[in-house]
Design a protein around this ligand. Structure first.
Ligand SMILES: Cc1cc2nc3c(=O)[nH]c(=O)nc-3n(C[C@H](O)[C@H](O)[C@H](O)COP(=O)(O)OP(=O)(O)OC[C@H]3O[C@@H](n4cnc5c(N)ncnc54)[C@H](O)[C@@H]3O)c2cc1C
Length: 311
């Protein structure tokens, strides 16, 4: 079985940043990813908020990070998924679709995926008006007509955020009552350019090259209407890719399945760290994933090379 100092699961922004710091610290570092390295950053059509790059295509930023990581000597195995892990002992083992590895420390950086609403047009217009992240894409819709779908805190926060950018924001919720905190709902709905449509469901997102309109169904009257919009922000939750880590005993946040970390990216298991969107960190951005990856790698270094540190 191959032995490594540090294995990183996931070659997104967090995993690649961790790889750079791990390899540069002299750790024999392996990064495993079930897809091609680069992670979710590669899915962002345009990134305008990563310092040093005022405007860069997500694919280009992901490629630059991957190249940089490889240059430091970290080994990246693309298209090799981690299927299970055994994390309780001093030496940890990782089983993948291709083999089995042993490691002293491990960083889980498997990211998260946004939940979809599953309507016609959602996939087709993803990145062309359909978005899952207002902080990422909101500024592209300055002065435009936007729609937010959802009934929880993130839908209300997104509505508030967009109300300062867009011409108007319509918040569509399929129930009468919001799940979000009362104060947040009140705040969002108090904005002059925010409208709310309760008991309403999206049926279809329409357009040509970009989003042009949305077909809405009033669940009470059963009437459908087609209204013009430039953007649809889907805010119906996010799911961390944490299944294997949870099965291996990593503790989740209370009431959820994001991995619980402390300020130094430690999980509940010694030698097991987590970074990026898979964790319960409140912000999910490239910059925060990078920062967490760096901290995790430096903490892993301390764990591996400074045994007194473990006490
Ligand atoms: C469309 C879109 C636009 C965005 N725009 C911006 C933006 O403009 N600015 C910004 O800052 N942020 C943006 N974001 C958010 C940002 O991309 C993420 O917050 C960030 O990439 C998270 O990095 P990560 O390393 O934690 O996870 P990811 O980048 O998702 O990487 C996780 C990696 O783990 C791999 N993986 C998962 N499970 C396994 C397994 N079992 N075995 C092996 N590998 C596994 C995945 O294949 C993936 O490559 C955007 C997100 C999306 C979806």
């Amino acid at each position: 079985m191959e032995t490594w100092d540090l294995i990183i699961v996931g070659a997104g922004a967090a995993g690649l940043a961790a790889g750079i710091y791990g390899a540069r610290s002299g750790l024999k570092t392996l990064i495993l990813d079930e897809r091609m390295a680069g992670g979710t950053t590669a899915e962002a059509p345009l990134v305008e908020n990563y310092p040093g790059f005022p405007q860069i295509a997500g694919t280009e930023l992901a490629d630059k990070m991957t190249l940089h990581c490889k240059k430091t000597g970290a080994v990246i195995h693309d298209v090799e998924s981690v299927v299970s892990m055994s994390l309780g002992d001093e030496k940890k083992t990782v089983k993948t679709s291709r083999g089995e590895y042993e490691t002293t420390a491990i960083i889980i950086a498997t990211g998260a995926h946004y939940n979809e609403i599953g309507v016609k047009g959602e996939k087709e217009f993803h990145g062309r008006g359909v978005s899952y992240c207002a902080v990422c894409d909101g500024p592209f819709f300055k002065g435009k007509r936007t729609l937010v779908v959802g009934g929880g805190n993130s839908a209300c926060i997104t509505t508030l955020y967009l109300s300062g950018i867009a011409e108007d924001v319509t918040l569509v919720h399929r129930r009468e009552k919001f799940r979000a905190e009362e104060a947040l709902v009140k705040d969002a709905l108090s904005k002059a350019n925010v409208k709310v449509m309760r008991n309403t469901e999206i049926q279809e997102i329409k357009g040509d090259k970009i989003v042009k309109s949305v077909v809405l169904l009033d669940l009470k009257t059963k009437e459908t209407t087609e209204l013009p919009f430039d953007a649809v922000f889907v805010q119906v939750g996010e799911s961390p890719n944490s299944t294997q880590a949870l099965e291996a005993g990593v503790e989740p946040e209370e009431g959820g399945c994001a991995l619980k970390i402390d300020i130094r990216q430690h999980t509940n298991i010694p030698g097991v760290f987590a970074a990026g969107d898979v964790t319960n960190h409140p912000v999910r951005q490239v910059g925060t994933a990078v920062g967490q990856g760096i901290t995790a790698a430096l903490e892993a270094f301390n764990y591996i090379r400074r045994p007194y540190y473990r006490k």
